[in-house]
Design a protein around this ligand. Structure first.
Ligand code: PHE
Length: 404
């Protein structure tokens, strides 16, 4: 079957590609997941394990994904097939299923994020721990969640329909500097909070050497690293398929991993001082993803107008981080529809939007469904990443040798 794409788009320049990849990597997973996993996984021991996994496992997989995308110049679904034949079609399927699954619940969490942003701006935040449970319930249940989910998916699809240069690259070019600026401001503000020191030491200094070999902690580090770096899911393969042949892939993989890890650490430098200053530490341990939407708003809610302003900044930042990740998730099915069925980008974006909206309905209705889907997706990512490494490191060299 003829699967060649006509006149594939390219990134305008190296910076555009790097910002888009960082935009995909930096998302809700960094703002909450990193600090949360560290609080669950022995503080500094988790941070060390995480950095170790990024350096030893993720960066090589990054390079493998980039190389696969850049050299095949097709979407993530077709890339393994083009590189290694039809036997690798299941990996292509994984690269369709996983981003659709993640986008379906990511849009729901974006809806909660947007609502907290609007509430901090126009209404107010919970003032104490007893108000906080109701607060989370009010943002996460009810039909209004659909509005946020539809808006987030719609906005993402609209940007993706604009194409690589005029849609995704432009979005990241505008959003990433704003994101880093807000992040920087919030880190500085949080440093002056009463118990900032206690927050820092719980995040970074509380070191229990036994945690380094604790299997739960190790698996937490793997799943957080793959999710946070958007690896094993076809996103980086797809983005790299729009690269020209001149780029230095290892250097870019290192830069992107560094920036993503930096954002995770900086987010911890914001959330931990808030949590300790406003005595919210007991609520993190019982956390699921929902805690980001109770602990931080309730902490900031106790700090009057300044607290509200900081909540506007924090949740505005979270929404920006999330939309740049959302477009990367959407680009995977969209580029596949374009490559495989020769669809126009506009229609590919509309179909992806509709499909993901429907698949997301159970996540709007049930947080435990959303949580389970998240755990399954995170496991798929690790599998996907290792399969790409195997494909690029072992299968491909062997088949090239046999051909020559
Ligand atoms: N990396 C994003 C985050 O940290 C989530 C994501 C995962 C985006 C996989 C794309 C692919 O929130």
């Amino acid at each position: 079957m003829e699967q060649k794409s006509i006149q594939r788009e390219e990134w305008n320049n190296k910076l555009g590609f790097i910002l888009a990849a960082v935009g995909s990597a930096v998302g809700l997973g960094n703002l909450w997941g990193f600090a949360y996993s560290s609080s669950e996984g022995g503080g500094a021991a988790f941070v060390i394990l995480y950095i170790f996994v990024v350096l030893i496992v993720c960066i090589p997989i990054f390079v493998a994904e980039f190389a696969l995308g850049r050299n095949t110049n097709v979407s993530a679904y077709l890339a393994p097939i083009k590189a290694a034949g039809n036997n690798w079609a299941p990996l292509g399927w994984l690269f369709i299923i996983a981003p659709i699954a993640i986008a379906s619940y990511y849009a729901v969490v974006m809806s909660w994020t947007g609502e907290v942003f609007l509430l901090s701006l126009f209404d107010g935040l919970p003032k104490n721990a007893s108000e906080s449970a109701n607060f989370f319930k009010s943002i996460s249940t009810g039909n209004h969640v659909f509005i946020g989910q539809l808006f987030s998916l719609g906005l993402g699809s609209y940007i993706v329909s604009g194409g690589i240069k005029k849609g995704i690259e432009k979005l990241n070019l505008i959003c990433m500097p704003i994101l880093f600026l807000i992040l920087f401001l919030l880190v500085i503000w949080a440093a002056f909070l009463g118990k900032a020191g206690e927050g820092y030491s719980n995040l970074l200094l509380n070191f229990d050497i036994k945690q380094l070999t604790n299997p739960t902690n190790i698996s937490l580090a793997f799943s957080q690293a793959f999710f946070s770096l958007s690896l094993g899911i076809g996103v980086m393969i797809t983005y790299a398929s729009y690269l020209n042949k001149k780029s230095n892939l290892p250097k870019q993989a290192i830069q992107i991993s560094f920036l993503d890890t930096l954002v995770g650490l900086m987010a911890g430098l914001i959330t931990f001082p808030i949590i300790y200053t406003f005595n919210m530490s007991s609520s993190i341990s019982e956390s699921t993803i929902g805690t980001l939407f109770t602990t931080i708003p309730t902490g900031l809610g106790q700090y009057g107008l300044v607290g509200r302003l900081m909540a506007v900044l924090f949740f505005g930042l979270a929404y920006i981080a999330a939309i740049t990740s959302m477009v990367s998730l959407l680009e995977v099915p969209v580029s596949t529809l374009i490559d495989k069925f020769n669809l126009k980008r506009k229609y590919a974006s509309i179909y992806s939007f509709l499909l993901i909206f429907v698949i997301g309905i159970p996540s709007v209705k049930s947080i435990s469904f959303l949580d389970n889907l998240d755990s399954i997706a995170r496991t798929l990512l690790i599998g996907g990443g290792f399969l790409v490494a195997f494909l690029m490191g072992s299968v491909l060299p062997r088949s090239i040798r046999n051909r020559t």
